[in-house]
Ligand binder design. Structure first.
Ligand SMILES: C[S@@+](CC[C@H](N)C(=O)[O-])C[C@H]1O[C@@H](n2cnc3c(N)ncnc32)[C@H](O)[C@@H]1O
Length: 236
């Protein structure tokens, strides 16, 4: 008797996507990536400046300006230093201010808001985790998923609200040097620019079972959880 093929995806350590049980990096490099996110081993000003220079420059000008402003503000760094180290992450602070409807388009207003509303900002940071859910990743997983014997069962470790557990429910638009390759009829279209000889799928996967594991599962049908996920999306 043969059951569905089980595909396990995981990105439990924040942005580090793993394929099945195979970690693409060596252990020390893996630890370094985690340290990048949590700030372990660096002071708060270095953490925010590093985020501005290495992650945000050329991607999100407004967040780059905010992180540079935090790095240059001793009073704000002193407030952040009251939190446990893993809770001082730039993405957590930026998401918390957005969640509280604070200003993120002007560094001076941002710093003022963080100071004036520090209690609420700190409570929000303590109560949440960085849980960006990026279903766009399904476009990169699809060639592999459709190459497996069908049907498949999916397990995702670090699923957040589970939006990556529905690769069969989205539409896809792959842009290649030869033109566009479209798949699916959902109104939610995931676009993906393709370089190199990727075996583009000719069909959607047949998913017969799916499950997500998470330290803090979010529910897409809860207003606060949806608002938190939206607060984590960078403005640009
Ligand atoms: C950055 S989110 C990624 C969500 C989803 N995999 C995606 O790619 O859209 C990482 C998720 O992993 C979860 N997480 C972190 N460490 C974990 C662990 N040790 N066990 C289970 N979940 C974990 C977090 O709560 C968070 O929801």
């Amino acid at each position: 008797m043969s059951g569905p093929t089980v595909f396990a995806n995981g990105s439990a350590c924040e942005d580090l996507t793993t394929w099945g049980h195979v970690l693409p990096t060596s252990r020390p490099a893996y630890r370094d990536r985690v340290a990048d996110w949590t700030g372990v081993g660096r002071n708060t000003a270095e953490l925010y400046l590093g985020m501005a220079v290495h992650e945000l420059h050329g991607v999100s000008p407004s967040y780059e300006a905010l992180c540079r402003a935090v790095a240059g503000s001793e009073p704000i760094c002193a407030l952040l230093d009251k939190l446990p180290q893993a809770k001082r992450q730039p993405n957590l602070l930026l998401g918390a201010v957005r969640f509280l409807a604070g200003p993120v388009d002007d560094p001076a207003s941002f710093l003022h808001f963080v100071t004036a509303r520090w209690g609420a900002v700190a409570d929000t940071m303590m109560a949440h985790r960085t849980q960006t859910n990026e279903p766009g990743r399904c476009a990169t997983l699809l060639p592999l998923l459709t190459s497996l014997p069908q049907p498949v069962a999916l397990v995702e470790v670090g699923a957040s609200a589970g939006l990556c557990l529905y690769p069969d429910r989205y539409s896809y638009r792959y842009t290649t040097s030869l033109g566009e390759h479209r798949l699916g009829d959902s109104e939610i279209v995931l676009s993906c620019a393709v370089t190199g000889p990727v075996p583009l799928p000719g069909r959607l996967p047949e998913v017969v079972w799916r499950a997500g594991l998470d330290l803090n599962p979010l529910q897409a049908n809860r207003d606060d959880d949806r608002r938190w996920l939206a607060s984590l999306v960078w403005p640009e």
